[in-house]
Design a protein around this ligand. Structure first.
Ligand SMILES: CC(C)(COP(=O)(O)OP(=O)(O)OC[C@H]1O[C@@H](n2cnc3c(N)ncnc32)[C@H](O)[C@@H]1OP(=O)(O)O)[C@@H](O)C(=O)NCCC(=O)NCCS
Length: 220
């Protein structure tokens, strides 16, 4: 980040808000990501060392929201809809078009939604603000969330878990589980070999490829 809080090479003429803590080794592609950012919390967003957040990541954070990203996290085009708290652990991978939402923002009751929508034209900026309840989302270390997935309010995803593409995650996912579908269901658990090596997947062993070893994942 430049001293005036612009981003190097940014195509959008914006600045990183003062209450965003961006580690010097983290990468944020564009300040356009803050278009919907309204949090007034000190340190509302923390982005840890070595993390990379690419084009299309949108921080749709309400006034009291906090969003924390650990180290070496990679996010591509994810939408963060947050009114309470969302955390993402180190080494997690959030694929394109993932939505993490800790609130539905609107009421399930048709009449309340109608009243809310009637108020939007008079607001500046022209948005909803119905004050719907929010429940934090926690994503552990080394989690991989496949593209087009959605994680709903109150969900925790344990470390090392994998979420299949186009899943809707409505309940907690245990560590090292592979969950997929709508609603997401556990389709299997990673076996011990898959948990402790990088690249040593069951599938590559089936194809006769030698699994690559990596640093062990720290159990928590
Ligand atoms: C979840 C995933 C990792 C599972 O891989 P896997 O362990 O090799 O699982 P398999 O392909 O053997 O499938 C196991 C079962 O789960 C089902 N399944 C797999 N992925 C699914 C998904 N995304 N949604 C719904 N069902 C899924 C399969 O149909 C199969 O069902 P069956 O046992 O009834 O036949 C993989 O399917 C996936 O979705 N990867 C997403 C990758 C991605 O988003 N990459 C973006 C780049 S970062």
């Amino acid at each position: 980040m430049n001293p005036d809080r612009t981003l190097p090479g940014d195509w959008y003429p914006g600045r990183v808000p003062e209450n965003v803590l961006l580690d010097p080794t983290a990468y944020l592609e564009t300040s356009y990501s803050f278009l919907l950012f309204t949090s007034r919390q000190p340190g509302a967003i923390e982005i840890g060392p070595g993390s990379s957040l690419y084009l299309g990541v949108m921080f749709d954070l309400g006034a009291n929201a906090r969003f924390k990203v650990g180290s070496y996290v990679l996010m591509n085009g994810a939408r963060i809809i947050c009114d309470s708290e969302i955390t993402i652990g180190d080494y997690s991978l959030i694929s394109w078009n993932v939505v993490l939402m800790d609130t539905y923002r609107l009421s399930l009751e048709p009449l309340r939604r109608r009243t809310e929508l009637e108020q939007v034209p008079a607001r500046s900026p022209r948005r909803t603000c119905a004050g719907a309840p929010a429940r934090p989302i926690h994503i552990g270390q080394n989690v991989w969330i496949g593209f087009d997935s959605c994680v709903l309010p109150g969900v925790s995803i344990g470390q090392g878990a994998v979420i299949g593409a186009r899943s809707v995650v409505t309940t907690d996912v245990a560590p090292y589980a592979v969950a997929a579908g709508n609603p997401a269901r556990v389709i299997r658990q990673l076996d011990p070999g898959e948990r402790n090596t990088a690249g040593g997947s069951r599938r590559s062993e089936v194809k006769g490829q030698k699994p690559q070893t990596g640093p062990p994942i720290t159990e928590q």
